[in-house]
Design a protein around this ligand. Structure first.
Ligand code: SAM
Length: 339
């Protein structure tokens, strides 16, 4: 049975945060010090995560599961969880392209541990990888992530490709005055390494609260900057994907841009989220959460949990209000929600 929100959008994609912890401290996401981590007992166990994921996939025909965090590779024994999720099956009579198959399993990671984990994750059933990389300069990488780990991330990208993940994508958040002078260099890196770079507009989800609209480099600016050096042409409509895509006119691959702020794509949103502490969110920017951890631990049946999920999806709003005066920032930052 499809999970449809009040605006007629069918939910197909569940983002699962497996930990709020991270080994980086990206300035646009986390503070340098003083993060308060969730107590371990408040984090969903693998069994609880699998149970919720099973309800989404087997009852509601959700056909995409993306693991995120915090940094998902910091969760011990992550391949075990991937193995459990890989055993789920979308109902055979579902209208999705995944009918009768396992859902598409992907991860968003900073890549720093991917050399150690790539093969195991691939064997466990992970399909796709997005690695975050906002700069190719070591000093700037240190300034932006507060960690001197550029070489490890670059090697993690190679490891992901060597393990057979395809496509491997790069996520690059662009912040004005910080790394907007590297748009062309990052695009070139993608072209040279057969990687789709996805530029992400800076969103008001940084723990420090320093986001301001003039720090956002818009999709139009990013397109113009790339096009001036490597001519690009827009590809057909994105569907439910958050990224608009362009192909290089010379055939050297494609590039994506996620225009959350300048061109919100809420009308096509098919995503919902589960935080590491089992809070169900119907939007990245939602200010309301539904406590699935408490529901499960109180002994709810699968039917009761499914009914709660339907009720929650019934509250999904038409769209975030970033560009409106009445926009209220969620009280948790990106790393706590699960980007
Ligand atoms: N640690 C993993 C990683 O680095 O990819 C997964 C979690 S991270 C929160 C997920 C994505 O959110 C990353 O691509 C990160 O760059 C992005 N992100 C974090 N804060 C952001 C912000 N304020 N605006 C836009 N993107 C942000």
């Amino acid at each position: 049975m499809d999970l449809v929100d009040p605006f007629g959008r069918t939910i197909r994609d569940l983002r699962i945060s497996v930990t709020d912890r991270c080994n980086f401290r990206c300035t646009y996401c986390m503070p340098e010090e003083g993060m308060k981590w969730l107590p371990r007992s408040d984090v969903l166990s693998f069994e609880e995560t699998e149970r919720l994921a099973r309800i989404f996939v087997e009852r509601f025909e959700v056909d995409g599961l993306r693991l995120t965090g915090g940094e998902p590779t910091m969760r011990a024994h992550l391949p075990v969880l991937v193995g459990k999720l890989a055993e789920l099956r979308v109902p055979a009579d579902s209208a999705t392209p995944f009918a009768g198959k396992k859902p598409d399993l992907s991860i968003t990671t900073n890549g720093s541990s991917f050399r150690l984990l790539a093969d195991e994750l691939r064997e466990a059933g992970l399909d796709r990888v997005n690695i975050s990389l906002d700069t190719l300069r070591r000093d700037r990488f240190l300034a932006m992530t507060r960690r001197d780990e550029l070489a490890r991330v670059l090697d993690g990208i190679v490891a992901a490709q060597e393990a057979g993940f395809s496509p491997v994508k790069i996520n690059a958040v662009i912040e004005r005055g910080v790394n907007d002078d590297e748009i062309v260099d990052l695009a070139r890196f993608g072209r040279e390494h057969d990687i789709e770079v996805r530029f992400i507009e800076f969103m008001p989800l940084d723990a420090a609260g320093h986001w301001m609209s003039d720090k956002v480099v818009s999709q139009d600016e990013i397109v113009a900057t790339i096009d001036a050096v490597f001519p690009i042409e827009q590809m057909p409509a994105r569907g439910a994907s958050p990224a608009d895509r362009w192909r290089y006119a010379d055939g050297a691959g494609q590039v994506g841009i996620i225009p959350t702020v300048s061109k919100p794509f809420c009308g096509d949103c098919d995503r919902v989220r589960l935080t590491a502490d089992g809070q169900f969110r119907t939007c990245l920017f939602a200010t309301t959460e539904f406590d699935m951890l408490a529901t499960m631990r109180a002994g709810a049946s699968d039917d009761e949990i499914a009914a709660d999920i339907e009720r929650a999806v019934g509250t999904k709003w038409a769209g975030h209000q970033i560009n409106q005066v009445n926009f209220v920032r969620p009280n948790r930052s990106m790393s706590q929600i699960g980007g």
